[in-house]
Design a protein around this ligand. Structure first.
Ligand code: SGN
Ligand code: CA
Length: 555
């Protein structure tokens, strides 16, 4: 590996803020220096945490006072996005600083290519102590990590298993609490005082099937949440991809696995297992509870479902959709309640030990998520709710508290940002941009005007068609391909809910020409091509038809 990478980037310790000291008569430039001591970094990421469910972004669904602390004491990015809205590919992009077609983890199907260089490896080489707890979802163990305890695959909510440096363990309790216990325990008991650290604390929650901690069952199942305006979207004005996607709350959600209707009640009501794995999904999670957890569950969910059983025969589709939405939000947001409490535990610990003073804290998600907008759950589309992701960063004495930034930053940028913050020169083949100028308030140094997006996993679960796109502050132009050849253009300023594809509207003809050209250039710049699209597609279809090819389990 290139030894230059571990050389300190001395110049990075001096950053000009360009601030004019106005108090003095002779205006003078004040230099802002990054701390000469290398910072600790804590990277907190939750799985499928929609920005709509963080009160620093919007408080219409839930209050997240602890996650908001990071925004209040640091920076909130309102236009952060991913380059491919699905779990493992996003994580591979975060760790490698490369687009999916370069690092190869284009979907959740194939294991991560372990020959790819990830930024924790470079940090470990440069003298950082490294640890990772929680969900990775790579089909293999993390590289460059001194100590890890990671969930196998998607992991389990109750009494979960972990793969560790020392083999497999099972821990009694609720997954979100356990991952934070591991995080704090490592800080308290195994941190080496003579080294800076890079610590990953990555929650499984609020991933499907959205199972809250027993302490939240009662409170959250009693709540009623505001419905999104587009809950009853009929997808008119969109392309065929939105119409054929299988992620509608009414028609594609599992009844037992997702809405938590007891399997025997499904049978009594004559409701069929539409996905073919609905009952298995229920058993996989609810079936893992210990007798105490199960007793709390039954005391809350059984009366609620008995009530539904009585009402169901008379409910029309609109009522059913509303019920499905409330059930979904109760469980999803119940999961967020634990995530927020645990973020608070960590922040408190860091403050009490004064470790917070030289520690960068990042909170993000592996992508966005639909919370009933367009009638959907899940992600995958380049449309805003799944494309955009929360990003909050706190760095005492460097980031000005309460900063809001609207630039289009991407998960692609995290590796270079973290390496630069750690005084490590990022490898030249990383494809992102360091966010350091934005963190220190030197926004004029930021020149990006468009980002690139490419989603691949089709045909597959949720049936979201393959597409690549260019996104600017004003527009989003996407090409859906493979079994269709359709273009979509959205006017982000005038149609923020993305209800009308205007690609064939003569008023946008010039925009389309310009963006298509820019998209060709962007694909070239990032090393993507139609030839690569076809190669990736061929490999995917081959794996579907050949059971001997190694793949990662879906659930
Ligand atoms: C599972 C889920 C899907 C989800 C994928 C990917 N089904 O297959 O709904 O899209 O994971 O999620 S489940 O009901 O069995 O959980 S990802 O976050 O790992 O990309
Ligand atoms: Ca995810």
């Amino acid at each position: 590996m290139n030894k230059n990478l571990t050389v300190l980037k001395l110049v990075s310790v001096f950053f000009l803020m360009g601030m004019i000291a106005c108090k003095s008569r002779d205006a003078k430039v004040v230099k802002k220096e990054l701390p000469s001591q290398r910072p600790n970094i804590i990277f907190m990421m939750s799985d499928d945490h929609a920005y709509q469910a963080i009160s620093a972004y919007s408080d219409h669904l839930i209050q997240t006072p602890n996650i908001d602390r990071i925004a209040n004491e640091g920076i909130k990015f309102t236009n952060a996005c991913v380059s491919n809205s699905i779990c493992a590919p996003s994580r591979a992009t975060i760790l490698t600083g490369k687009h999916c077609h370069i690092h190869g983890k284009v979907d959740n199907v194939f294991p991560f290519d372990e020959s790819q260089v990830t930024f924790p490896q470079l940090m470990q080489e440069a003298g950082y102590q490294t640890a990772m707890f929680g969900k990775l979802h790579f089909g293999n163990n993390p590289k460059g990590i001194d100590e890890f305890k990671i969930l196998p695959g998607q992991g389990q909510y109750y009494n979960p298993d972990f793969n560790t440096n020392e083999g497999k363990i099972t821990v009694e309790g609720y997954v979100t609490d356990i991952i934070m216990d591991m995080t704090i325990d490592w800080l308290e008991n195994r941190r080496q005082e003579d080294k800076p650290f890079m610590l990953f604390s990555m929650q499984k929650a609020p991933h499907r099937e959205w199972l809250p901690a027993p302490r939240h069952f009662k409170e959250y199942t009693k709540k009623t949440f505001v419905e999104p305006e587009t809950l009853f979207d009929d997808y008119e004005g969109r392309g065929s991809a939105a119409k054929t996607a299988e992620m509608n709350l009414l028609t594609h959600m599992n009844w037992a696995g997702d809405s938590k209707l007891y399997p025997e009640m499904m049978a009594e009501l004559g409701i069929e297992d539409m996905s073919g794995w609905d009952l298995e999904a229920f058993e996989r999670e609810v079936g893992r509870m210990n007798p105490e957890q199960r007793a709390v569950w039954d005391s809350v969910y059984r009366p609620m479902m008995e009530d539904f059983k009585v009402k169901y025969p008379k409910m029309n589709e609109t009522e059913l959709m509303k019920w499905r939405y409330q059930r979904y939000m109760q469980d999803y947001l119940g999961c967020i309640a634990s995530v927020d409490e645990n973020v608070g535990r960590l922040l408190d610990y860091l403050e009490e030990t004064k470790l917070d003073e030289n520690t960068i804290i990042i909170y993000t998600s592996d992508q966005g998520f639909y919370l009933g907008e367009h009638g959907w759950f899940d992600k995958r589309f380049v449309y805003d709710e799944s494309f955009k992701t929360p990003l909050l960063i706190k760095w005492p004495n460097v980031i000005k508290p309460g900063t809001t930034n609207t630039e289009m930053v991407q998960n692609l940028d995290f590796a270079q940002t973290i390496l630069e913050a750690a005084h490590i020169v990022p490898p030249s083949d990383m494809q992102g941009e360091s966010l350091i100028p934005l963190l220190i308030g030197n926004d004029s140094e930021w020149t990006r005007d468009a980002v690139y997006y490419h989603y691949y996993e089709y045909p597959g679960i949720h049936m979201v068609k393959r597409h690549y796109a260019i996104i600017t502050q004003d527009y989003k132009l996407a090409h859906f391909y493979y079994d269709v050849d359709e273009w979509e253009l959205y006017d982000r300023k005038n149609d923020p809910q993305e209800m009308k594809n205007v690609v064939n509207d003569p008023a946008y003809a010039d925009v389309v020409v310009k963006l298509k050209k820019q998209l060709v250039e962007l694909r070239k710049e990032y090393g993507d091509s139609s030839q690569l699209d076809q190669e990736i597609l061929r490999k995917y279809l081959e794996a579907k038809n050949n059971p001997d090819i190694e793949t990662v389990p879906l659930h």
